[in-house]
Ligand binder design. Structure first.
Ligand code: ZN
Ligand code: ZN
Length: 391
């Protein structure tokens, strides 16, 4: 609080009233809690308001210049700038009450307003997300009240203008302050700002113009959606107050994990395990596609399986990329299927199998392998580099 008041406003000691006013207005724009949500802003705004309160008043300013405490005695209402809204302060500066009328008023607020958007979550499985699905959804939203058709008045009655505010929806409050006279317009309490009163509210909706209702919607989920994708259904959200136009309904997709395929963007990943012998000798496998999850007609032409060639000498961890067998993109195209091969070492050998393997090891000179020491497991980029280096 001991900070210099001129410094607080960022003005010279010989600044005139206009410069002080200008500085305060600039800082109010920057720090007023209505426009600046930072927690420090509120304290900062109080400080600059106190500084302005002193420096804009010739008596207080000269007392301060002489080294006195301007806040010491009877300074009723100091720092009250913080009690006014940003709009009130700007109105005081820009002459919001010039002409003496209800200037700056916004008029009655409309009874009819657009409704809110609604959000529901939908669980789908991976194949449904990939290839699209049509689902029936139960939604619970506000819908138009059919008894009053939205205007909120009981049949045969009508809204009437509010007498308290003469239909303006606002009443003026005048307060004196260091900023001068501040005229604040507040919503009329009698009509809650609407400017009209419903003398006989509709019984069905209590005058709101809408009622809650549960209905069933058929929703088409496009191919390629992923967890977090929101499908927008225009005007299927909440009907607005007074029977206003409905907001939109958003269906947020949540994709359940798949037992085989993991999704990375539009690519699918899976791991296929082959016995050591097959990896060494090479083999051909038939594996189910993601399409196999979807019920298909007999002649749908959709491939429910694909064949994967495991070349002789395949190492564990080898990846094969099958182009265009991933998830279709929302905007066209299709991701890849990445199959990672895991080579399985036999765990239990009978006498004959062991004999054969020992014989094989002897032929290959692998009875007492030294083991090859290499750097830790290679990153994707390491493997990419090896590929370029021709390893
Ligand atoms: Zn009604
Ligand atoms: Zn009123």
């Amino acid at each position: 609080m001991s900070q210099d008041l001129y410094d607080l406003l960022g003005v010279d000691r010989d600044a005139d009233d206009t410069a002080i006013k200008k500085a305060y207005r600039r800082l109010a724009r920057q720090y007023h809690p209505d426009v600046n949500p930072e927690p420090e802003a509120q304290d900062k705004f109080k400080e600059i308001s106190r500084a302005y309160e002193v420096l804009s008043d010739p008596q207080k300013r000269s007392a301060y210049d002489r080294g006195g405490d301007p806040f010491g005695g009877g300074a009723a209402g100091f720092g009250q700038g913080a009690g006014f809204s940003f709009t009130d302060i700007m109105d005081a500066f820009f002459g919001g009450h010039a002409g003496g009328g209800a200037g700056g008023g916004r008029g009655p607020r409309p009874r009819v307003r657009r409704g809110q958007d609604a959000l529901i979550r939908l669980d789908v499985d991976l194949a449904e997300a990939a290839f699209g699905v049509t689902r029936e959804l139960k939604v619970d939203t506000a819908v138009l009240c059919t008894t009053c058709h939205g205007d909120g008045a009981a049949p045969g009655s009508h809204p009437v203008p509010c007498e308290t505010c003469r239909g303006q929806g606002e009443v003026a409050h005048v307060q004196r302050s260091f900023l001068g006279e501040i005229r604040t317009l507040r919503p009329c309490a009698a009509c809650r700002g609407f400017g009209t009163i419903i003398p006989e509210p509709c019984r069905e909706c209590s005058g709101d113009g809408r009622v809650r209702s549960r209905r069933t919607l058929t929703v088409k989920i496009p191919a390629g959606v992923d967890t977090g994708t929101r499908v927008q259904l225009a005007e299927q959200g909440e009907v607005g107050p007074g029977g206003g136009p409905a907001g939109d309904l958003y269906v947020e997709i949540q994709v359940a994990p798949h037992r085989v395929f993991t999704r990375h963007g539009n690519d699918l990943h899976c791991t296929v395990t082959v016995p050591m012998t097959a990896a060494a000798l090479g083999t051909s496998l038939t594996l189910p596609t993601l399409e196999a999850d979807v019920e298909q007609g007999a002649d749908s032409g959709v491939e429910t399986e694909f064949s994967l060639e495991i070349p002789a000498g395949t190492q564990s961890g080898t990846e094969q990329v099958l182009r265009g067998r991933g998830v279709p993109g929302l905007r066209g195209g299709r991701g890849d299927l990445v199959v990672s091969v895991a080579v399985e070492t036999p765990q239990r050998l009978d006498a004959r199998q062991e004999e054969l393997l020992r014989e094989l090891a002897a032929i290959r000179g692998e009875e007492t392998p030294s083991g090859q020491v290499k750097p830790g497991s290679k990153s994707f980029f390491g493997r990419l580099r090896d590929a370029f280096d021709g390893h």
